[in-house]
Design a protein around this ligand. Structure first.
Ligand code: FAD
Length: 457
C-alpha cells in the first residue's frame, strides 16, 4: 500500500512537469527533480526551501475528509465557510498566495477616496478562526489528481475533495502582444487592475498624480471580469481629474460594439457629468500596442497616450492547465465541468468555481459568493451519496458613477438555461440604472455585508 505522506519520484516528476508552466516556481522544482534523478535516495544536500517541496505541508492531522480549496478570493472564502456549515466533519484547508485579502469590489470607490483601504482589507486568519477551517498562506505549484495531491511551496497536501477557485489571468495575446517581455512591460507599466491588488494601488497613484494629457482606459471583449467595472472606473477617473482640475482627456476604448451593461446609466453619466473628460469609442478592437511610442492601434486608428490602464481580455487561471483539466481550444481555457454540479467530467472529487468556472455567468464577487454556497452543499451531499437540486447563482453588481457624495446604480440577476440555443441567459433581471445617493450608500452596505459573511461570525 502507498504511504500517502511520502512523496514518490513519480509524483515529483508529475508535479515538476505541471509546475514547469509557472515561471516563478519552475526552477526549484526542476532543480530538485534533477537532484532526485541523480541521487534518488539522497535529498539531504538540497537547500531546505527545495527539500520542503518534497515533504507533506505542516497542517493539523485531518479528522474528517479533507477538502482543499485553492484560492482565497470571493469563491474560495465562501466555499471554505459553507463546506463547514454543510458538513462540520469536513477538514477544510483554504490556500492563498496573498497574505491578506483586499477586495476588488468597491475598490473603484477607494480610487476616488470615498472609502479607505481598511474597508477593503481583511485577514484570512480572522476568516479561518471565525469559520473553523485552516488557512495556509502558500502558492500552489501543481497537482497529481491520480494520488489526490496538491503541491505547494510549503509541501504537498493530500485531499479527498479539491475545489479550484484561482480566478483569472490576463491574455495579452488577444490584444496583439505575444512576446513575453512586452507582456511583462505592459503589465508593469500599465496594469489593468483586475487581477492583483498591487495593480489597483498603482492605478490610484497614477490617477492622483497624472499631470494632464490623454489617459487611455479600455474595456476588453469576451467574458471579462466584472462587466461594469471598466465603465465605472472611467467615471471614477474622470471624477478624480475633475476634482483635481487638470486638463485631461480620458479615451475609453471599448472593444465591444456598445456599452455592455447598465448602458443608459453610463451613457447618461458620460454625457451629463463627464462630457469634458470622457470620449467613449465603441468597437475599438485593440490590435497592437507600441509601448515605446505609447500608441495603441485598433483596426481603425492609432491613439497616442500619456498614461493608460490596459485591461486585456482574460482567461481562466493556468492552474487549470497544471491540473490537466483546461480545454486549450477554448479562448477562456476553462475546464470541462458539469454545468450544474461543477465537478470535472470524470472526476467528482475536483470542482471548479468562481471566475475560473466554465459556465458563462457574470464574473462577479456576488456571483462567486452565491455559487460557492450552492457548490459547498453539492460537495457535502456527494460525500453522503446524496444530490442537491441545481439553483442559479445570483449576480448583484453596483457601479459608482459620481462622488462627494457617492452615487451608484446596480443590477441584480439570476440565470436560466435556454434549451433552444443551449446557453445560459439572464433570468429575473432587475436593473436600477438611475444612479443616486441611495445607490451609493447601498453599494457600501452590500460590500460590508459580504465581508462580514466571509470573514466574521
Ligand atoms: C475593479 C473591480 C471591481 C469589481 N466590482 C465588483 C462588484 O461591484 N461586484 C461584484 O460582484 N464583483 C465585482 N468585481 C469582480 C470580483 O472581484 C471577482 O469576480 C471575484 O473576485 C471573483 O472571485 P474568485 O474567487 O473567482 O477570484 P479571486 O477573487 O481573484 O480569487 C482568486 C484567488 O486565488 C489565488 N490564487 C491564484 N493562483 C494561486 C496559486 N497558484 N496559489 C495560491 N493562490 C492562488 C489568488 O491570490 C486570489 O486570491 C470587481 C472586480 C474588479 C477588479
Amino acid at each position: 500500500m502507498e504511504n500517502k505522506n511520502k512523496l514518490s519520484r513519480r509524483h515529483f516528476l508529475k508535479a515538476g512537469a505541471a509546475a514547469g508552466a509557472l515561471s516563478g516556481s519552475a526552477f526549484p522544482l526542476q532543480a530538485a527533480i534533477a537532484a532526485d534523478t541523480a541521487a534518488p535516495d539522497n535529498t539531504a544536500a538540497l537547500p531546505f526551501s527545495i527539500r520542503k517541496l518534497l515533504n507533506e505541508a505542516t497542517l493539523p492531522k485531518a479528522k474528517g475528509a479533507r477538502v482543499v480549496v485553492v484560492g482565497g478570493g470571493w469563491s474560495g472564502l465562501t466555499m471554505a465557510k459553507y463546506l463547514k456549515i454543510h458538513n462540520p466533519a469536513f477538514d477544510v484547508v483554504l490556500i492563498d498566495k496573498r497574505p491578506e485579502f483586499i477586495s476588488f469590489p468597491a475598490s473603484n470607490s477607494w480610487l476616488a477616496d470615498q472609502i479607505n483601504l481598511d474597508f477593503l482589507t481583511h485577514s484570512y486568519f480572522d476568516a479561518a478562526r471565525a469559520h473553523d477551517y485552516h488557512f495556509l498562506n502558500t502558492t500552489v505549484l501543481g497537482f497529481d489528481r491520480e494520488s489526490k495531491k496538491v503541491f505547494t511551496s510549503s509541501g504537498f497536501i493530500n485531499y479527498d475533495y479539491m475545489v479550484l477557485a484561482p480566478g483569472i489571468e490576463y491574455d495579452y495575446s488577444r490584444i496583439g502582444v505575444d512576446d513575453p517581455e512586452s507582456q511583462m512591460r505592459l503589465y508593469n507599466d500599465y496594469p489593468g487592475g483586475f487581477v492583483n491588488s498591487s495593480e489597483v494601488i498603482s492605478i490610484k497613484r497614477k490617477l492622483h498624480t497624472f499631470k494632464g494629457g490623454t489617459f487611455i482606459l479600455n474595456v476588453p471583449n469576451g467574458e471579462y471580469r466584472c462587466t461594469a467595472a471598466p465603465y465605472e472606473r472611467a467615471c471614477m477617473a474622470a471624477a478624480i481629474f475633475r476634482k483635481r482640475r487638470i486638463k485631461a482627456k480620458i479615451l475609453l476604448l471599448d472593444m465591444n460594439a456598445e456599452i455592455r451593461i447598465k448602458k443608459q446609466g453610463f451613457e447618461k453619466a458620460f454625457s451629463s457629468l463627464y462630457s469634458d473628460y470622457i470620449s467613449y469609442l465603441p468597437s475599438a478592437e485593440i490590435s497592437s500596442i507600441d509601448i515605446d511610442n505609447k500608441t495603441i492601434s485598433t483596426d481603425f486608428d492609432d491613439y497616442q497616450f500619456d498614461d493608460a490602464i490596459i485591461y486585456p481580455p482574460v482567461r481562466a487561471s493556468s492552474l487549470l492547465e497544471d491540473a490537466g483539466i483546461a480545454n486549450l481550444k477554448n479562448s477562456q481555457k476553462v475546464a470541462n465541468t458539469d454545468p450544474y454540479k461543477y465537478h470535472v467530467i470524470g472526476d467528482e472529487h475536483v470542482y471548479v468555481t468562481g471566475d475560473s468556472r466554465s459556465q458563462p455567468f457574470s464574473k462577479g464577487g456576488h456571483t462567486a459568493h452565491s455559487e460557492a454556497q450552492y457548490v459547498a452543499e453539492v460537495i457535502a451531499a456527494h460525500a453522503l451519496g446524496k444530490e442537491v437540486r441545481w439553483r442559479s447563482p445570483q449576480t448583484m453588481c453596483f457601479s459608482a458613477v459620481d462622488i462627494n457624495p457617492l452615487k451608484a446604480m446596480s443590477i441584480i440577476t439570476f440565470y436560466k438555461f435556454n434549451k433552444l440555443n443551449k446557453e445560459f441567459e439572464f433570468d429575473r433581471t432587475h436593473m436600477m440604472d438611475d444612479w443616486n445617493i441611495e445607490g451609493g450608500q447601498a453599494s457600501l452596505a452590500w460590500a460590508e455585508g459580504m465581508y462580514r459573511d466571509m470573514f466574521y461570525k
